[in-house]
Structure formats: C-alpha cells, structure tokens
Write a protein that binds this ligand. Structure first.
Ligand code: ZN
Length: 159
C-alpha cells in the first residue's frame, strides 16, 4: 500500500461543494458554437462532450448559446458561419457598393472583404468600382454636352 493512502481523506467541512475546482476548462461561446457544428478539433470535441456530462452549468450555457444562435439567424456571425468561405455573388457586391443591401448583409460583405480579405471579391469590387466610375464619367460628359447644347439653345433664343 503506498503511504499516501494513509493520509486523511480530503476535508469537505467548509460547505463548498467543490464545483469550481481546478481542471475546469473555460469554454468560449465561439467554441461552444463550433461544438454544435462539429467543427472543433476532435480532442476538444471529446473534452467538451465529457465536460458536459457532469457540468450542468456548462450544459445550460450550451443551451443558451444554441438558443441565441437560433434566435439570431441574421446576426453577422450567423450569416458568416452559414456562408463560411463562400463568396457573395457579383450582383450583391454591386448592391453593396450602391449601399442598397440590408445593413446586416452589407456588414457580412464588408466582413468578407475586409476581415476575411477575400481577394476574388476584392478584385470584383475594384472592377465594379472602375465600371461605375467609367459610367459616371460618361454620364457627366453626356450631361455637360446636354447643358452646353441647351445653353447654346437658350442663348440663341435670348438673342
Ligand atoms: Zn469572396
């Protein structure tokens, strides 16, 4: 028998039923969500699953995170996770430039462009911007031609 077995049992007289002892992992909301989507590394999946078994608080937290996610289908995070790495269609990038998209979706595209830094979409946006500039230059030229000719027309009428 090892000598440590002779030590007195761990005292439990303080009344604290020892829930928050060492060895408890702190899970972030993002990790809990990733757990639902089974996108956590396998070792973490197993660890969290195991932790859930005897941690009611953690189970409740999971339920809360889950509920919030279901309720907030249109939060930026939810949209992003649903679309994960997919790119918005070019038409929507155009609408984004024109600022006619719903705010949340525009925010997702901004996220995709600036935070994710998708090069394909960044190139599309540059391209669309160039097209738009070209179109507006053309419009300005047309307008100024129109004003010149109508100014000419007016001055002719006035004389
Ligand atoms: Zn993209």
């Amino acid at each position: 028998m090892p000598p440590s077995e002779n030590k007195p049992q761990r005292q439990n007289t303080t009344g604290s039923a020892g829930g928050s002892e060492v060895g408890q992992e702190v899970w972030s909301d993002a990790e809990l969500l990733a757990f639902f989507e089974e996108s956590l590394p396998a070792a973490k999946m197993a660890k969290l699953e195991n932790a859930c078994r005897h941690d009611q608080a953690l189970r409740q937290r999971l339920a809360r995170v889950r509920g919030r996610e279901d309720a907030g289908l249109h939060t930026v995070g939810a949209i992003w996770r649903r679309n994960r790495l997919s790119c918005p269609p070019r038409g929507e990038l155009g609408q984004y430039l024109l600022r006619v998209l719903p705010a949340e979706y525009a925010e997702y595209i901004r996220f995709h462009l600036e935070i994710v830094g998708c090069r394909i979409c960044q190139a599309s946006v540059r391209d669309l911007e160039l097209q738009r500039e070209a179109a507006s230059t053309e419009l300005q030229q047309r307008q100024s031609r129109f004003f010149e000719s109508s100014a000419g027309y007016l001055s002719k009428r006035q004389s």
